[in-house]
Ligand binder design. Structure first.
Ligand code: ADP
Ligand code: ASP
Ligand code: MG
Length: 504
């Protein structure tokens, strides 16, 4: 059977409570009038963090984990009571209780052993998405809306890197297509974020991974569109929690979106773009709480709007590690050994700079990896450290990366001068600089305490000057100024895939 399909994903805040879920249900019902729909949902807002906290407390021998689990159970039971008619409640309440008892059993095992493996942690957090998707599906059943609930672990196959599993795409795509072809449901509800390895053991796709689940499904079924529904009205020129005058980015290329999210724009989880980009499926970022707002469309190529910079983003909790020493000059293989040491411990490299003297290599990594990185690299360079040709790894913490992103930066000279000039004038000290060879970003490492100031200064420098000028001419309605670019407030954006693949 071939259908035109769409994939809709709703994040944690969109499904945080019964009122919000009702909004989601309304939006899904509207969407169903268009196409067959796959609905991917996150855990209720905050639940994943609470599950991790409960697991960590249990491992630390702290009985407080029981209270956290009670709170988790209470939130889910309350949501069931608020969403379902009395006649349907008892079955759903006991299903929720059964799952919560399972979490409790696992946590009590962790408590007794005093140990939490990544595998057990994945099992515990998986209940967040299992519970939310179950309750939302129960609401559809109460509305007599034909649907199927499907466990994502039966479709998405990964390796066994718990916490950050890598997807086996050939098997996953086959599973998804077979399932979709065999199902006649016009609405399929799935938990995001969770998957299983080839032995069927639960894995997860990384924090924020429900976006990725949705993209994997969209690419496998050649969806017409992937819609990511969240708590902001699209991708903005900066994180609205850090800058008050942000502007909406109405359209953005896959590469720019990937770069912005890689450098911290949490609105979309970085791996999400890859599968849909390969299939040229547009991604539409929409606000569950303001569905009439146009949102952002991520697509292959976008019209250049005249801005050389699309957005500014930042990554918190960065450490800079640098390897230095006179013995490094001109000798090949040093960087290879450094990166091998990092990759053998699966430490993700966020940014690299190397002085042209080849006297030092400097790498930005997540602060949580510092001890492992230091041990691994010092061990790998032990002979050179002993002979004094290389210094022990130098580590600096308490840093953040800040990045300017835009496809058209390369054709606009002077951007880095403007960037570093603005930061310098405002007393922001730059510890390291990197520019991607694609020239799609310039990134700098600065003190964590300077991030808010730096982003605001750069936002003003690159976006607000011309914005203020335009604003004076056009005077958009005041409530729109923070979220929509001038002139766009009343414009309508066509559905990203209108007319696309209509024959499928
Ligand atoms: P969800 O739970 O729906 O997946 P997330 O919290 O993961 O939502 O992502 C949405 C958040 O991303 C927003 O509330 C916003 O604070 C943050 N964010 C960071 N950078 C940006 C940006 N450039 N544009 C929009 N939102 C951003
Ligand atoms: N619930 C998971 C998390 O909080 C996945 C997601 O929401 O995308 O990371
Ligand atoms: Mg998210």
């Amino acid at each position: 059977m071939i259908f035109v399909m769409q994939v809709l994903k709703f994040g944690g805040s969109s499904v945080a409570n019964a009122d919000n879920i009702s909004k989601v249900i309304h939006l899904v019902r509207q969407a169903l009038t268009k196409d067959r729909t796959i609905l991917v949902v996150s855990a209720f807002g905050g639940i994943t963090d609470m599950l991790i906290q409960a697991a960590l407390s249990a491992a630390a021998g702290d009985e407080a984990y029981k209270e956290s689990l009670q709170e988790i159970e209470h939130r889910h039971l309350e949501t069931v009571r608020a969403l379902l008619p009395i006649t349907r409640q008892s079955a759903a309440l006991s299903a929720v209780k059964t799952r919560c008892n399972e979490i409790e059993d696992i946590c009590s095992g962790v408590y007794l052993l005093g140990e939490l493996s990544p595998r057990t942690q994945d099992k515990i957090v998986s209940y967040g998405e299992l519970l939310s998707s179950y309750i939302i599906a129960a609401r559809f059943a109460a509305l007599d809306l034909e649907h199927a609930w499907k466990d994502a672990r039966e479709l998405i196959v990964t390796d066994s890197r718990f916490g950050h599993a890598a997807v086996d795409f050939p098997r996953t795509n086959r599973n998804i297509r077979e399932y979709i072809d065999s199902s006649s449901a016009s609405l399929i509800v799935l938990p995001g974020f969770i998957a299983a390895d080839e032995k069927g053991i639960t894995t997860t796709l990384g924090r924020g991974g429900s976006d990725y689940t949705a993209a994997i499904l969209a690419a496998a079924v050649d969806a017409r569109v992937l819609e990511i529904w969240t708590d902001v009205s699209g991708m903005m020129t900066a994180d609205p929690r850090l800058v008050s005058n942000v502007r909406l980015i109405p359209r953005i290329s896959y590469q720019e979106a990937m770069e912005l999210s890689h450098f911290g724009a949490k609105v979309i989880y970085p791996p999400t773009i890859q599968p849909v980009m390969r299939k040229n499926i547009p991604v539409w970022i929409k606000n569950t709480f303001a569905p009439e707002d146009p949102g952002t469309i991520i697509e292959l190529d976008t019209l250049h709007n005249g801005d050389s910079i699309r957005g500014i983003s930042s990554i918190p909790s960065i450490a800079l590690i640098s390897l230095e020493g006179s013995g490094m000059v001109g000798i090949p293989g040093f960087s290879k050994r450094l990166f091998e040491a990092l990759s053998s411990y699966q430490i993700n490299v966020i940014l690299i700079t190397q002085g042209s003297s080849e006297h030092s290599i400097c790498v930005g990594i997540d602060e949580s990896n510092v001890t492992t990185a230091k041990n691994a690299i010092d061990h790998s360079f032990q002979p050179e450290i002993s002979s004094g040709t290389v210094d022990p790894l130098n580590v600096e913490t308490g840093l953040s990366v800040i990045a300017l992103v835009g496809d058209h930066m390369k054709s606009h000279p002077g951007i880095s001068g403007k960037m570093f000039g603005a930061m310098g004038r405002n007393g922001v000290n730059v510890r390291a600089i990197a520019q991607g060879s694609s020239e799609r970003n310039i990134s700098a490492v600065i003190a964590a305490g300077d991030v808010k100031k730096a982003i605001n200064v750069l936002h003003e420098e690159f976006f607000e000057t011309s914005y203020r000028q335009l604003n004076r001419q056009c005077r958009p309605p005041p409530h729109r100024t923070a979220s929509a670019p001038t002139g766009l407030a009343s414009a309508t954006i066509a559905h990203p895939a209108a007319g696309r693949r209509s024959g499928q």
